[in-house]
Design a protein around this ligand. Structure first.
Ligand SMILES: O=C(O)CCC(=O)C(=O)O
Ligand SMILES: [Fe+2]
Length: 276
């Protein structure tokens, strides 16, 4: 029997008692509804092959290969491998792989004209301690903005690129590093819920259009400090077999990257778009 339980005050729901391999349309509709309501959905205890994971993921949208070619599964480009090849041949820790997603709170794919609607992970190996993923609501961030800022941001576009101002492109192949920046409104209305969200990503944004450099930098700094509302957070502690999907249109996330590096923490990941 499917059970849906809230795990955070504003975001996060855990679903037990389902096998996503055999889920019927009504069961999937309940999961999709919970996902729109709670933005991060954990389905526990799954035993999946790659094809099962892809088939289930395609029910949420179009599964799209991630631009980091070097971390794609060699036989399935739509699957990104997280936590694989963590050590260099000389034994040194590859920090870009170990700390992937840990530098900033972020939303996946803001560097694309058509950003990822969702990201979904399947946990294959979990460390004995640490390695959580932290989530936070963009709706809560928007709601908590002072009126002055809501007005200042109304209609403003941000310019985003892969790697942002730090040029953090270590996971891209050399030939893919010259990225063309794209624009998105900083206040985004979610296409399915109609709710307003603070769509912002300090590690990908270059500037805010229509402001001079100092103003833009100051606003970026202020928004960075306002992204996270304590009651809008959920911290996920992974168990093997967890399938977690988050909505990049209304939530931020960040990897804790605090687990013993010699231990395995391995996920399959898919990036899902609304359209190509
Ligand atoms: O490994 C994690 O906890 C999340 C990493 C991340 O940011 C991502 O997969 O998009
Ligand atoms: Fe991410």
């Amino acid at each position: 029997m499917m059970e849906i339980r809230r795990v955070g005050q504003q975001i996060g729901a855990e679903i037990t008692g389902v096998d996503v391999k055999t889920l019927d349309d009504a069961g999937f509709a309940a999961i999709y509804r919970a996902w729109l309501d709670y933005n991060v959905v954990v389905v526990t205890d799954q035993k999946l092959e790659i094809e099962d994971f892809l088939r289930y993921s395609r029910r949420f949208g179009i599964v799209h290969p991630h631009p980091s070619k070097m971390t794609r599964h060699p036989d399935h480009p739509e699957i990104t491998l997280l936590g694989v090849n963590k050590f260099e041949p000389d034994g040194a820790l590859n920090v870009a792989i170990y700390r992937r997603g840990a530098e900033d709170w972020h939303t996946d794919g803001a560097y694309d004209q058509e950003p990822f609607k969702a990201t979904q992970l399947y946990a294959l190996a979990v460390p004995s301690m640490g390695g959580d993923t932290l989530f936070a609501s963009m709706y809560a961030a928007y709601a908590a903005l002072p009126e002055r800022l809501k007005q200042q941001l109304d209609g403003r576009q941000g310019v985003f690129t892969y790697g942002g101002r730090r040029k953090a492109t270590a996971l891209l192949n050399e030939e893919d590093r010259a990225w063309t920046p794209v624009c998105h409104p900083i206040v985004r209305t979610h296409p399915e819920t109609g709710r307003k969200a603070l769509y912002f990503d300090p590690g990908k944004i270059l500037r805010i259009e229509g402001l001079d450099v100092e103003e833009s930098d100051a606003l970026i700094e202020e928004l960075t400090a306002r992204m996270i509302q304590p009651e809008g957070q959920y911290r996920h502690h992974w168990r093997k077999g967890d399938v977690v999907i988050w909505d990049n249109r209304c939530s931020y996330h960040k990897a804790a990257a605090d687990y013993p590096p010699e231990e395995d923490r391995i996920h399959w990941r898919v990036s899902i778009k609304e359209r190509e």
